[in-house]
Design a protein around this ligand. Structure first.
Ligand code: GUN
Ligand code: ZN
Length: 428
């Protein structure tokens, strides 16, 4: 089954920070995207490829939009959807006062399904087609999420939270029940259709050493699953970890001691990392989810992207809903740019869109599967609209280059500028 889309087209082939800019992307002003059975078959100039197609094949023409791979959100909490924009606290008080009471509701499978339905609809409207997602401590939360994601044929990664200390009793598991429940969820859901599992210790303060070691054991027993947690987000949190784990060399070392670093390990935030920790993340091929809207909202700090790049750490963008304040990856790019401005570092528009697509795919070890238009990749793609709002329309009249176009999209764009989202070639 062929599906053919025509229009302006952009995707990345490599990190623009590592290769010559012109080698990092493919841009075609009038391009054709040919999709076969949901997978990318061919990409090229419309003028050339149209001639090769049978005349009976219908071509969908997006005349005033930019086709690109769907955005990838490398860190987000679906159970926090309904508590987004909770006022006035930094991380630890925010968790206790707002987050934990909301997460309690996910013991109920039906509640989870309702929130998952809303959450996934919001993500798709924002042009995000894959995400690495926190559940809650309840196995029902993951059951609910995967059930809805499967119905929507999405590539999604999720996991049950592990936490057995420093949390309310009603949200606590044990090292053993956390292990058993995660194991059962892996068996049922990991690699079912497009779904994958992430072992999800919440963060060091809420996990005993025994629980972290069990997580490491589970990861070793299931090497194709992910490890997803938080790291060095907030100064008070870091001081607390130091108190709780006096024998460790630092925050990252707590995870390292339990064998939790590696190719499919994703650490959210990493706002306050030492060079030695970055070195270790880089050499183990671990990834960081950069969550600027959350870091600004909770007053956590300004992520040092340059430092991460220096140590060759895989980085993707995360919205971190509900500490993050937007589902929109375009708005997240806006916040990311501003955090780097405050560090006096320039974040180029090419780098931004790379991180939101191919960079995210690499962070999730899904290069070749999603994130660009390589032959054989899954055809999850979006169409961005330069003219969806009067302001962007007006600003675009003075735009002279692709770089400037991308920059304007990332500064002025949000859900309104996502004209269409496609999953495996089908518009949703
Ligand atoms: N650290 C531990 N849990 C959380 C959470 O739910 N959100 C954020 N932003 N940081 C955390
Ligand atoms: Zn988070």
């Amino acid at each position: 089954m062929l599906k053919v889309y025509r229009g302006e087209l952009l995707h990345f082939l490599a990190d623009p920070g590592k290769v010559a800019l012109e080698d990092s992307y493919q841009y075609i002003a009038d391009g054709l995207l040919i999709i076969k059975n949901g997978l990318i078959e061919q990409v090229g100039e419309a003028a050339e490829l149209l001639a090769t197609l049978d005349e009976s094949i219908e071509v969908t023409h997006y005349e005033h939009g930019l086709m690109m791979p769907g955005f990838i959100d490398t860190h987000v909490h679906y159970p926090q959807t309904e508590m987004i924009a909770s006022y006035g606290e930094q991380l630890l008080e925010w968790l206790e006062n707002y987050t934990f009471p909301f997460e309690r509701k996910f013991a109920d499978l039906e509640h989870g399904k309702k929130v998952a339905e809303f959450f996934l609809t919001q993500l798709l409207e924002a042009g995000t087609t894959t995400a690495l997602v926190f559940g809650t401590v309840h196995k029902e939360s993951v059951e609910a999420f995967f059930t809805i994601a499967q119905q929507k044929k999405l590539r999604m990664i999720c996991g049950k939270v592990l936490m057995d200390q420093n949390c309310p009793d009603y949200l606590s598991d044990t090292a053993q029940t956390g292990y058993d429940d995660s194991k059962a969820l892996i068996k049922k859901w990991h690699k079912t259709d497009r779904l994958q599992y992430a072992i999800t210790p919440r963060f060091a303060p809420t996990c005993s050493s025994e629980q972290l070691n069990k997580a490491g054991q589970l990861l070793a027993e299931n090497p194709s699953v992910y490890l997803h947690t938080h790291l060095s987000e907030n100064k008070a949190e870091i001081a607390w970890v130091k108190d709780l784990f006096p024998e460790s060399k630092g925050y990252l070392d707590v995870y390292d001691q339990s064998q939790l670093l590696g190719r499919r390990s994703v650490f959210a935030h990493g706002v306050h990392l030492h060079d030695s920790e970055c070195q270790r993340l880089g050499e183990t091929d671990s990834a960081i989810a950069f969550c600027p809207s959350s870091n600004l909202f909770l007053g956590s700090g300004l992520f040092n992207l340059k430092q991460a790049q220096k140590f060759d750490i895989n980085v993707g963008y995360g919205t971190d809903i509900g500490a993050g304040t937007t589902f929109s990856m375009l708005s997240t790019l806006n916040e990311g740019y501003k955090t780097q401005q405050l560090r006096s570092d320039k974040l180029s528009p090419f780098q931004s869109f790379y991180l939101a697509t191919l960079g995210g795919a690499i962070a999730l070890d899904l290069e070749g599967t999603i994130g660009n238009f390589t032959k054989g990749a899954e055809a999850d793609f979006i169409v961005l609209d330069y003219h969806a709002t009067p302001l962007m329309d007006r600003r675009m009249q003075y735009c002279k280059s692709l770089s400037e176009k991308l920059f304007i999209l990332s500064m002025l764009g949000d859900e309104r500028h996502v004209k269409a989202t496609h999953i495996m070639g089908e518009r949703v």
